[in-house]
Design a binder for this molecule. Sequence first.
Ligand SMILES: Cc1cc2ncn([C@H]3O[C@H](COP(=O)(O)O)[C@@H](O)[C@H]3O)c2cc1C
Ligand SMILES: O=C(O)c1cccnc1
Length: 590
Amino acid sequence: MSRSEPSRWTRPIPLIGDASAAAERAADPAAWAFDTAERAAFYGVVGARRDIRRFRHDPVPDDVLRRVLEAAHAAPSVGHSQPWRFLVVRDAALRDAAALMAEREKLAQADLLEEERARRLRDLSLEGIRAAPLGVVVCCDRRTPAAGVLGRATFPDSDVWSCACAIQNLWLAARAEGLGLGWVTLFPPEELAMLLGLPEGVVTLGWLCLGWPDERPPEPGLERRGWSSRLPLEEVVLTDRWPGAEPAPPPSHLAAPPPPAVVAARDDADELLAVPASLGVLDAVLDRILAVRPQGLESGHLVLAASDHPVTRHAVSAYPVSVTRQILDATSAGTSQGAVAARAAGLGVLAVDAGVLPPESVPRPPLPDGLEEIVARAVKAASERGDLAQKDALTAEGVRALVEAGRAVGAWTAPRGLVVLGEAGIGNTTPAAALAAALLGVPAEEAVGLGAGADSAMVGRKLGVVRRVLTRLDGRRDPLEVLAVAGGAEFALLTGVVLGAAEEGGIVLLDGLATSVAALAAVRLSPGAAAHLVAGQRSRERGHAPVLRALGLEPLLDLRLRAGEGAGACLAAGLVLDGLRIRREMARTS
Ligand SMILES: Cc1cc2ncn([C@H]3O[C@H](COP(=O)(O)O)[C@@H](O)[C@H]3O)c2cc1C
Ligand SMILES: O=C(O)c1cccnc1
């Protein structure tokens, strides 16, 4: 293919927004700083901010007031919600009433203190409320439901913190202007709200006295009066974990990609002649892949693990057990849905028999480089199988052997490209649901789905089995134990594949629920594995979405598949390989 292109295209500079280039940012990460004198002025203001208690009567010019209020309004707020309202109180009668309220509260609180502290509190001057020409009451309008504001659902009080940030901005701006500010919170909040006529759902953060200061204290007043003193920085800055906290768990030998690799992948993407992140979810996935594997990927393998499941004796699948053998044989013949999808995406196929009866009728291409023997030994070690309801799916020894065999398969596959996971096993959506419920700590109903086509009576039986497994587990979450009690051979093997591939710096592409729970078990064993995972799709199976959420992964495709065999992951693999090719071959700018 001959392409004529200039050796380098010029970088399109956006006419709005951030015009900086990744190359500029890399050349001098500190270039966004203010100059030395400006920084000194800023720290000067921060260091000279004081809580002012004595004020002059001179009026504050409107333009100065506007500037400090603009600074307050420039504060950060949760989800950019701007929950603050600044009530500027000029009415002397209102200020008198507020001062009286604060004085009463001060005396009431002093009565509760021991004598020395009480005397100091009584000495605290609240005269500023009357004397300062302005009161600014910062109110927080809390009437927006927390769930509707980005970032507030988990920290419902972050709207009030935003208002505190506004107060700090106002305070620093006031100091820079030479104004004094005193923050008074000695109010019963409901009384202050009543005085100002605040509606239900609007709260105050106290009263700010604002005016020209009639004192210029070199250090904080409470410090000067010996109320307290500034702690040394070393006492308030801690490292990593709270002193005396439980020692951190031993670090997993797998680590997420180092930050420079993540930034390098982003820098590289910035050079493309394309709208930044134009490929959306795919671009985010490509960035993650290239952070782990800067050299990229051009092909890969579908690792399809298959196994029988004694749980089928409880009538939990709409299909006979013999179908598993058919899928595996069709995979060997290159004609199963998963095998064809793999071929279409340019992937090789490793069909792994983790315990399927009867013996094959189509000869299975043996696994390469001694993996066949490793897997066969593990399958033998894991020959004791259970029905989940009464007996654990596997023994602890069986799980260990299968994980280790999977690890060898992953380690072989990862250096050769994408590691695409697939599974086959009639009945396996029941253990998949049990694993999901156990690892996520959710009830059976949130994990059990229709599988290959259950009716409601069958779903009821699946629920019954999963509940019994969860009862037997009794809250235990150790991943290897969970795999033994609630899993099955292909799950343990695929968990190992994820670990082995991640240890080799590979990228693992997940399919449906079964492959994703196997990956979740791997991540619970070794959190660093998470950086190596890509969610190919979100399937229709009930428990799949919560498992992907727990893995922190956004799926590339959402086609309501219920295919298994890695078919969805292969479709996604095509997309990923195309995306990587686009990154490699498209025009770059400088
Ligand atoms: C013909 C056929 C081909 C499949 N290929 C994958 N599965 C998928 O369905 C099975 C799990 O669903 P359940 O738990 O309901 O049995 C697994 O083999 C899975 O890979 C298939 C299922 C069938 C019937
Ligand atoms: O979620 C899946 O991958 C799935 C669903 C139904 C049957 N087999 C697999």
